[in-house]
Design a protein around this ligand. Structure first.
Ligand code: CTP
Ligand code: MG
Length: 229
């Protein structure tokens, strides 16, 4: 089943501390965002890629896309102040009627098998997200004191991709904008409408490259993936 993908790539990467957009940091000689784009260029079910970028980086991204020699359309749209604004703006360029995946540019290690399950689940139920069970014990802390230990068995760490019927996600974003609601992921915009969001179990190595030590983990994951080829 075909889908389109929205990739927010307009962040500043402040926590990575590279002094520029972290997606341009190179892993094995190629920018992080090129690794992410490659997954979708290699997936024949992906019909179109919509990349939300910071307009001042347009030339850099255009050149990088040229180097990838894409076999399908990649549209560049302007990102916004927050990730949610970037996604909403990109969504407006999606063809209504099908399934859209939203996937962070900073997660280059997503697997095709998970993408496929997400698309199928979103097609049948409206919304599906990738997540993994939490491994650590999670405590709520207030003023440096433990307020509560949260029962771990029901906790999942949520990732992207998140897959949706395009019409549903567009509606959820429009309502969130009207209500001035800012969520930390797209599924939360659906949840607040009282709609069901299904969970597809993903993989622990689908990390988001966020802080400098994530670059070491990324090298290890790349090494491991290469061994398996
Ligand atoms: N993103 C975006 N528009 C924004 C903020 C973030 O498109 N206004 C994108 C990032 O480029 C990234 C994804 O959303 O691919 C996930 O965000 P995050 O990991 O938080 O990246 P940054 O916002 O760049 O990093 P930081 O929060 O550390 O500044
Ligand atoms: Mg951010």
């Amino acid at each position: 089943m075909n889908y389109e993908v929205v990739i927010p790539a307009a962040g500043q990467g402040k926590r990575m501390g590279a002094g520029h957009n972290k997606l341009l940091i190179k892993l094995r000689g190629r920018p992080i965002i090129s690794h992410t784009l490659k997954v979708f260029l290699e997936d024949s079910s992906c019909s179109k890629i919509i990349l939300a970028i910071n307009p001042v980086e347009r030339e850099i991204f255009s050149d990088l896309i040229k180097d990838l020699d894409p076999n399908k359309p990649i549209s560049l749209v302007h990102g916004g102040e927050e990730r949610q604004h970037s996604v909403f703006n990109a969504l407006k360029s999606a063809d209504e009627g099908g399934i859209v995946l939203v996937h962070d540019g900073a997660r280059p290690f997503i697997r095709q098998s998970v993408i496929q399950q997400l698309v199928q689940t979103a097609d049948s139920s409206g919304a599906a997200i990738a997540a993994v069970p939490v491994k650590d014990t999670i405590k709520k802390v207030e003023n440096s004191k433990v307020a509560e230990t949260i029962e771990r068995s029901s906790l999942w760490s949520v990732q992207t991709p998140q897959a949706f019927r395009i019409s549903l996600l567009l509606h959820a974003h429009a309502v969130a904008e009207r209500d001035c609601f800012l969520g930390t992921d797209d599924a939360s915009l659906i949840e607040r409408l009282g709609k069901e969001v299904r969970v597809v179990q993903g993989h622990y190595d689908n990390i988001k490259l966020t802080t400098p030590e994530d670059l070491y983990f990324a090298e290890a994951i790349l090494r491991n993936n290469q061994k398996g080829q």
